[in-house]
Design a binder for this molecule. Structure first.
Ligand code: HEC
Ligand code: HEC
Length: 195
């Protein structure tokens, strides 16, 4: 069952990316106009208004687009995003992603130094950087974690671990499966401390 869902999600992404070849180029200025409804929560600068809402500034554009597709298809739900994304076309998503991805990254956050050091150890032992980037800056369809709100990261890691949030190809699910609550808190503190 899990495999089927992941395979379906992968297919959706594959179709979407195949469609990119013929699409109009992403337009950040148009994206800003289309993102007006998003500003109330994610901020005009891509810095969100509360800890349970993710920062979108400097997120890789493909990661933003992919998550919006997931919400629109109701494969991922939360924060009413599945309703908000329902109104967006593929071109809207690409334009909005171009806008947010070009904004300056969130500042690093201070935190408990022991937790941060422990998080760094776990991250290197688990090769989180091999996908999320050396400084957790994200790449392609893989989210930026650096400077993200730790509360948000903790919720997402727990959701991915339990399967409440699906992931496109199961790789993130297997990365999260072995993590304890303590590990997750340490990893979130470490990620938040980066810029
Ligand atoms: C009412 C507040 C609210 C509004 C308005 C809103 N969002 Fe969100 N958004 C959230 C919350 C909360 C989440 C986290 C959902 C979860 O728990 O999984 C989220 C998640 C996201 C994510 C996933 C980010 C990641 O790192 O995985 C993207 C992308 C996103 N929103 C884009 C948008 C866009 C584009 C708009 C405007 C069309 C928008 N949001 C409007 C609250 C909001
Ligand atoms: C093999 C590649 C890979 C590895 C290794 C990996 N991730 Fe991920 N990660 C992903 C992908 C792909 C996604 C997006 C999943 C989706 O929504 O389909 C993701 C999503 C996430 C998210 C959600 C981000 C957001 O903005 O909502 C967090 C948090 C995260 N990963 C943390 C970690 C941590 C911590 C580790 C190490 C323990 C790790 N990842 C290892 C590929 C990876």
């Amino acid at each position: 069952m899990k495999l089927t869902i992941s395979a379906k999600a992968t297919l959706v992404v594959a179709f979407f990316m195949a469609g990119l070849a013929n699409a109009a180029p992403p337009d950040a200025a148009a994206g800003k106009a289309k993102a007006q409804t998003c500003f109330a929560c994610h901020g005009e600068s891509g810095i969100s208004v509360s800890a349970d809402i993710p920062n979108l500034a400097a997120q890789p554009s493909l990661s933003i687009t992919y998550q919006l597709i997931q919400f629109r298809g109701q494969q991922r739900k939360g924060g009413a995003m599945e309703i908000l994304a329902g109104a967006l076309t593929d071109q809207d998503m690409r334009d909005i992603a171009a806008y947010y991805s070009a904004l300056p990254a969130p500042l690093s956050k201070s935190g408990n130094s022991e937790k941060i050091a422990k998080g760094q150890q776990i991250a290197s032992a688990q090769y989180c950087n091999s996908c999320h980037g050396a400084q957790f800056q994200g790449q392609k369809h893989i989210a930026r974690l650096a400077g993200q709100s730790p509360e948000y990261l903790i919720t997402q890691l727990k959701n991915i671990r339990s399967g409440a949030r699906i992931d496109m190809d199961g790789t993130m699910g297997s990365a999260a499966r072995g993590l304890s609550d303590e590990d997750i808190e340490a990893l979130a503190a470490y990620a938040a401390s980066l810029n």
